[in-house]
Write a protein that binds this ligand. Structure first.
Ligand code: ACO
Length: 331
């Protein structure tokens, strides 16, 4: 959808939280048959954060949300809906968003989780935009919170080097000026779901001793297949969303791509014709934090004062489902 010169929804606050514990590539060398050199060249990752044993996804979400509310100069009671994008909820149910609502001591507002692969945060952003423009709510708290290290097979070198824990949050409301979300593009292709999947624990393969023994409660991924689709779809989504916004590529000030792999990030930037210095990268410090990557990057840029009023920002993601989406916004 294009909303040029129409009503717009804008981000009025950002926040993030990452756990203190750092797991370096050198640490991983002691755990599986891998090297710092392989991980850095193949992924760009140098270290990642790991949640403490007594932390759950809602704890990360709570700390990120408090910071986002503070940055928006708002109290929890000022929020009308909470959406948490995650694949690693505290429990199957209740929703992590409900636990967050309780933790924040927000009002008796709607709160729900959204599963959209690593694209989940952008899906949640688009849903919240619709709720605000539709007059259903005034303000939304949208969170991407993830603890993929809890569903990682620590004996599988193909996947365990990739992921980290963290959370990012934004507060949204209707814009009163030219800033805000300009356009979005979102798609999915469930035919490719098995290429990136948590096989057991759902209704299809319920949890039992056998599924635990076979490690079917951990993430399974055909990495090179995901890689090819990610590059193609993120480039397409980026192109399309800029076209819908009526924005030329050279007007983009920041491309914030999902941080899955440095080679995917670089390929997306190259295909979109956006120079490297405009592509935000933090994968070397945090690894792939799934739905939290984009809101964490937004918060880092915002807190550093690197998002200037009027800047054009392109958010672009791909993940399990498969899902992919892009959002163009004017800061
Ligand atoms: N250390 C050393 N060697 C390794 C490691 C490791 N950690 N991992 C894999 N290898 C080996 C493989 O065993 C293989 O060896 P072989 O040729 O002897 O069989 C070789 O390296 C190459 O393996 P590939 O899988 O082809 O490596 P590739 O270059 O594709 O990189 C990676 C793998 C990093 C996983 C990449 O494919 C990738 O990033 N894919 C996309 C991930 C992604 O985007 N995920 C989506 C989001 S996640 C979400 O939605 C929850």
């Amino acid at each position: 959808m294009t909303k040029k010169s129409e009503r717009k929804v804008k981000i009025i606050g950002t926040g993030m939280y990452v756990p203190d514990k750092v797991l370096t590539n050198a640490d991983l060398e002691k755990m599986v048959d891998t090297t710092d050199e392989w991980i850095v060249t193949r992924t760009g990752i140098r270290e990642r954060r790991i949640a403490a044993k007594d932390q759950a996804t809602s704890d990360l979400a709570l700390l990120a949300s408090r910071r986002a509310l503070k940055s928006a100069r708002l109290e929890p009671q000022d929020i009308d809906v909470i959406i948490v994008a995650t694949h690693t909820p505290d429990h199957y149910f209740p929703a992590t968003a409900c636990l967050l609502q309780a933790g924040l001591k927000a009002g008796l507002i709607p709160a729900f989780d959204l599963v959209g692969g690593c694209t989940g945060f952008l899906y949640a952003l688009i849903v919240a935009e619709g709720l605000i423009l539709g007059g259903v709510v005034r303000r939304a708290l949208v969170v991407g919170a993830e603890m993929l290290t809890r569903i990682t097979n620590w004996e599988d070198r193909n996947t365990c080097v990739l992921f980290g824990d963290g959370a990012g949050a934004v507060v949204l409301e209707e814009s009163k000026d030219e800033s805000g979300m300009l356009s979005h593009f979102w798609q999915a292709d469930g035919n490719l779901g098995p290429l990136l999947i948590l096989p057991a624990g759902g209704s299809k393969v319920p949890a039992c001793h056998d599924t635990v023994a076979k490690r079917q409660h951990t993430l399974h991924m055909k990495g090179n297949e995901v890689f090819k689709h990610a590059v193609k779809r993120m480039a397409e989504a980026g192109e399309e969303v800029l076209k819908r916004a009526g924005v030329k590529k050279d007007a983009v000030d920041w491309l914030i791509p999902h941080q899955a792999n440095m080679r995917i990030i670089e390929a997306t930037g190259e295909r979109l014709g956006i120079p490297r210095e405009k592509v935000y990268v933090n994968i070397h410090r945090f690894g792939n934090v799934s739905v939290a990557c984009i809101p964490m990057a937004l918060d880092e840029l915002n807190q550093a004062g690197n998002l200037k009023k009027g800047n054009i920002v392109l958010l672009d993601a791909f993940g399990a489902g498969f899902t992919w989406a892009a959002v163009a916004l004017r800061w």
